[in-house]
Design a protein around this ligand. Sequence first.
Ligand SMILES: Cc1cc2nc3c(=O)[nH]c(=O)nc-3n(C[C@H](O)[C@H](O)[C@H](O)COP(=O)(O)O)c2cc1C
Length: 190
Amino acid sequence: MADRIDELPRIHQACWDELTRAARDKGHAWRMMALATVAAPADAGAAPMADLRSVVLREVNPHERTLMFFTDARSPKVAQIAAQPASTLLVWCPQLSWQLRLRAQLVVEHSGLAVSSRWARLKMKPAAHDYLAPLPPGTPLAHPQPERGTREHFAVVQARVQAIDWLELHPDGQRRAVFDADGRGQWLTP
Ligand SMILES: Cc1cc2nc3c(=O)[nH]c(=O)nc-3n(C[C@H](O)[C@H](O)[C@H](O)COP(=O)(O)O)c2cc1C
């Protein structure tokens, strides 16, 4: 286990350094994030429900404090984000013994340079098939293997991080801190 960092600004910086590393390093545990959104109820009058799924962290901009994911523009999460852009992202890294709970505002981009430049890089790779299914994600199928289509439904999700809830598990005692959108930190009871 690495030496513990004692100063809040250095912990905040280390969070962003590790997130940046995670977007580049396929072996980093933070590359796989759990993204929680709010799902509208199927029945009118019922309460909204939390929804959750795995997403791959593709890019990080530590200066803008943004994260980027790719998705199928027709996936249910896209409609959920349009209705309620506030989300929570969760990651845990056993090597660091750090959990991050990130509060973020999400924006889905369907067109424009951010989308076309990423699709141009992705479309020659096997992962492009994830965005070429002829039917929207979640559509019932007669067979387990979906067909392949030709039209892409690629979209980019930008997450602007507004708060980081950092938790460190350690044999000498757990530590927890929260950082606001400007990086100001506050120790919390774990
Ligand atoms: C390891 C793993 C990585 C995934 N990465 C992504 C991703 O980057 N983007 C994405 O939209 N879905 C990804 N998925 C699929 C989602 O978890 C989810 O099943 C799908 O997007 C439909 O979600 P929705 O119905 O909430 O829209 C991944 C699934 C797994 C198991």
